[in-house]
Ligand binder design. Sequence first.
Ligand code: ZN
Length: 354
Amino acid sequence: MYELATLDTELAAIEVVREVLVLQRRLRGGGCTGRVCLRCVRHHRDAVAKTMARGLTIDFLLPAFPTKSPNPAKVLGPLPDLAEELALRFLESLCERVAEVYPPGARIRICSDGRVFNDLIGVSDDDVTRYAHELNRMIDRIGAVHLDQYTLDDVYPGADPTRMRGALTTGRGPRPEDLRAEVRGGGDLVHMYRGITRFMLEDLSTPEYTGSRAALQRRSRELAYGVIARSRAWDELLGELFPDAVRLSIHPQPCGTRKIGLLLADTPDVWLTPWHSAAVETGEGRFTLMKRAAAEAVGARLVTARGRPSHFVLPRSPEARSPESRATAAAATAVPVPAPASIPDPRQEPRHAC
Ligand SMILES: [Zn+2]
């Protein structure tokens, strides 16, 4: 067992929490202040110190990497690509930095939530299975020894997906009327509700759709409530299974709350994730995320790897683009983007995410 003196444990715990919080995805108006929020450091320090005092690896849980969006205008296909790989490399590098402070290190358990709500977002169970398998293969291929994946299939091995979701939500998650009241109340949940509703609206607005815009909006709002309710149930189940883990989230969180919001990529659209977009190299090894249609509109070149679409490269020369695409590209790249090995760069001021 790894042992630290008491004082060293306290100091090392603060350093570990700082390594995470320098990448914090903050809720606008959520109360965090400073480059690294000291209230958040204090809030999360004890849980980390408790694990460190026992000489154990620090467990982080991150519900993320569910499945690719079913919208072909956003993504390159149903399987993980360079967008996911960059995010995984970033998470691995975070664990490596923690190990420099505390040799037993940290592990990030990616609690992939695709199976939790894929039936609501129009993705098949087979696609969820393939995405999760490919993500595991990617973790192995890039040598991310501090990452692993945990899914609903691990909770209910061999069960039918519909039964898994039924078992998950039996006795867990909010009642629909309570969720609606929470959103109507205008709390922190509103940001997530609006973001998910927007995703649903985008993904349902296919050329085949013939109904009214109002009906589509109603359907999107209904589905967003369903996704949030299932996600809450998954969150509760993870809390039951891993009570001592430090909780991370891809969504911005208020100051000093149970979870730490974490940036996975620095993009102009803070709701853009690797599974709702494609990686785009903007020059000199720097990457951002863009929806597929947006990347194509600015003349980005598609790159394949291992026989599959991988990412885009923006044209190097502005002269190579049309005046219209030059203007769009300028807007897309106006926000600084960090290098892939350091998305986002911990040396930079953390961006307030929403
Ligand atoms: Zn804070």
